[in-house]
Design a protein around this ligand. Structure first.
Ligand code: GLU
Ligand code: ZN
Length: 255
C-alpha cells in the first residue's frame, strides 16, 4: 500500500447517474494505479433530502458495475459526535457565531458577515458560521494545474450547520476527509470552487498537510448544461432496464 487514500462520496438524494460513474472510474483508477485505497462514504448530511431507498439503490448499482470499495466508512448522519467535537474546539477558539439570516437575505451573493458581531446566542435554532479571514489558498490540481482561491471573498463566513441542525456539505466533507485520512480528493469540476474553503477549513481544524485535489471534466448533457439527477435518461437504473451491460455503461461514462 502506498498510503494514498481516496474516496467515493455520493449523496443519497437521487439515483446513481453517468456523472457518478465517471467519478467512480477516476477514483478507482487513481487508487488502483497508485496502490492506494478507496473509501465509500454516503454523504447524507442533508437530512431533508437524503433517502434510504436512494442509498440502497446507489450501493446496488455500484455493485452491479463492479466498484468494490476497500472500506465503507460511516455515513455522515452517523458522524454527529465527531462533527460536534470539532465544533467544540472551534467554539472554544471563538471562531463560531450564530446567524439568523435566511437564504433569501443572503441571496446568491457571498455572505456579507452580517451577524458576525451581533452576539446571537449559539442555539439549535440558528445557523452556525465560522469566521473566515482574508487570504489566498493555493494548490496544484492534478488535472487543472495551479489554482488560487480567496475563500473570504468568494463565500464570506462559512455556514457549517443550518438552523434545522443539518451540517453543511463543506463542513461534513472536510472534517470527514481530514479525520478519515483521505489524501486525495478526486471529484468533478463543478466542485473546484469549494476547494479553497475546504483547505482553509481543514487547516483551521488542525490538518497539517492539505489533501491533494483532482477535478475531472463532467459529462455534459449539452455543451452548456451539466447532467442532473433529474435526467432520467442517464440514470444507471434506466440504462440497466434498457438492457445495457456494466461494460456498456462504463464505456459511456469513460467517453
Ligand atoms: N457528495 C458530493 C456529491 O454527491 C460529492 C462531494 C465531494 O466529492 O467532495 O456530489
Ligand atoms: Zn447572518
Amino acid at each position: 500500500m502506498s498510503g494514498i487514500v481516496t474516496r467515493f462520496a455520493p449523496a443519497p438524494t437521487g439515483f446513481l447517474h453517468l456523472g457518478h460513474v465517471r467519478n467512480a472510474l477516476c477514483v478507482w483508477t487513481y487508487a488502483r494505479t497508485h496502490n492506494g485505497r478507496v473509501l465509500l462514504r454516503i454523504e447524507d448530511h442533508d437530512r431533508q433530502r437524503s433517502r434510504q431507498d436512494f442509498e440502497t439503490a446507489i450501493l446496488e448499482d455500484l455493485d452491479w458495475l463492479g466498484f468494490v470499495p476497500d472500506e465503507r466508512v460511516p455515513r455522515q448522519s452517523e458522524r454527529g459526535d465527531a462533527y460536534t467535537r470539532v465544533l467544540g474546539d472551534f467554539l472554544r477558539r471563538g471562531l463560531v457565531y450564530g446567524c439568523t439570516c435566511t437564504r433569501a437575505d443572503v441571496g446568491g451573493a457571498p455572505y456579507a458577515n452580517t451577524c458576525r458581531d451581533r452576539g446571537i446566542p449559539i442555539g439549535l435554532d440558528v445557523n452556525l458560521r465560522i469566521r473566515i479571514e482574508p487570504g489566498v489558498e493555493t494548490f496544484t490540481d492534478l488535472l487543472c494545474g495551479p489554482q488560487s482561491q480567496s475563500p473570504a471573498e468568494q463565500c464570506g463566513d462559512l455556514m457549517i450547520r443550518d438552523r434545522l441542525g443539518n451540517w453543511t456539505y463543506q463542513w461534513a466533507a472536510t472534517i470527514d476527509d481530514f479525520l478519515q485520512g483521505v489524501t486525495h480528493v478526486i471529484r468533478g469540476m463543478d466542485l473546484i470552487d469549494s476547494t479553497g474553503r475546504q483547505m482553509r477549513l481543514a487547516r483551521m481544524a488542525g490538518r497539517e498537510r492539505p489533501a491533494t485535489f483532482m477535478h475531472h471534466p463532467l459529462i455534459m448533457k449539452s455543451a452548456t448544461q451539466k447532467l442532473s439527477k433529474s435526467d432520467g435518461d442517464t440514470g444507471i437504473r434506466d440504462l440497466r432496464a434498457r438492457g445495457l451491460t456494466p461494460s456498456d455503461v462504463l464505456g459511456m461514462a469513460a467517453l
